[in-house]
Design a protein around this ligand. Structure first.
Ligand code: NAD
Length: 260
């Protein structure tokens, strides 16, 4: 199947590692011009270099995805350099460390979590829509989580709330941009093997694999393949969807009876 992605310009926030890097590589493999945006500038440069060594076209920008000025600066630079923006993957995110029960959660932790995930999704979407409209082609893919679809484990209410907000934003945006040949969709991955879950204990991992119908955690490449499809010409009528990539299990119960 031809995904029709050759020559399209794709921005991936948080693209220096983990799921974002796999998404960038997968879109690059399909012929996209890749723009990696990451707060970790060194890692972003290294990721773009690695993609170029593999024969892909990739550029890196250091930016805080939840900063309005950074967003405007990068979008203007990308538009100036490549003349178009076709794809935005809002992927930048942080893990929950430490976990806080709501009764004890500091406001700073709440604000940081909502800022990195939800504010960045809004800022980047707002900035690219005029460019996509001008192209007559746009694909926005936002990153929700099983921690929304299944409810998060105790201690991650801020993360679950941000991911729920992203799902609501995605559906509403879909209604606003559908007539412009732009789609807005979200993915809700289960636990994916990246640095984000590196601190999970062997006991937690055993619960994750035992309670998943597929019997394992997710590989970042599996998320990337789904995202590439949502970005394709073939997915023009998929708008406002929330695609669960979780092996069929949307909720987990730890051995202590809590879920997440
Ligand atoms: P990761 O930690 O491996 O990579 C995240 C990347 O985002 C890093 O390169 C980091 O530097 C970058 N980043 C963080 N804050 C940023 C900011 N303010 N501006 C720009 N870049 C920033 O994480 P991952 O596992 O690849 O997660 C990617 C996304 O997928 C996140 O939104 C996460 O919430 C979501 N997700 C992950 C899982 C999982 O199990 N790994 C499950 C569901 C959803």
């Amino acid at each position: 199947m031809d995904l029709g992605l050759e020559g399209r310009v794709a921005i991936v926030t948080g693209g220096a590692r983990g799921i974002g890097l796999c998404e960038a590589r997968c879109l690059g493999h399909e012929g996209c011009e890749i723009v990696i945006v990451d707060v970790d500038g060194k890692a972003a440069d290294a990721a773009a270099q690695a993609l170029r060594r593999g024969g892909q076209r990739a550029t890196a920008f250091q930016a805080n995805a939840s900063d309005e000025q950074d967003t405007r600066r990068v979008v203007a630079a990308v538009s100036h350099r490549f003349g178009r923006i076709d794809i935005l993957v809002n992927n930048a995110g942080i893990g929950v460390n430490p976990a806080w029960r709501v009764a004890d959660m500091p406001l700073d932790d709440w604000d940081r979590m909502v800022g990195v995930h939800m504010r960045s999704t809004f800022l980047w979407s707002r900035s690219v829509i005029p460019h996509m409209h001008a192209n007559g082609y746009g694909r926005i893919v936002n990153t929700s989580s099983m921690n929304f679809t299944g409810g998060g484990r105790p201690g991650v209410a801020h993360y679950a709330a941000a991911k729920a907000g992203i799902a609501g934003f995605t559906r509403t945006l879909a209604k606003e941009v559908g007539a412009m040949a732009i789609t807005s969709n979200a993915i809700a991955p289960g636990y994916v093997e990246t640095d984000l879950i590196a601190a999970f204990t062997p006991q937690m991992r055993s619960v994750l694999t035992r309670q998943n119908p597929v019997g394992r955690t997710c590989r970042p490449e599996e998320v990337a393949a789904a995202v590439a499809f949502l970005c394709s010409v073939q997915a023009a009528f998929i708008n406002g969807a929330l695609l669960c990539i979780d092996g069929g299990r949307r909720d987990f119960f730890w051995d202590d009876g809590s879920n997440g």
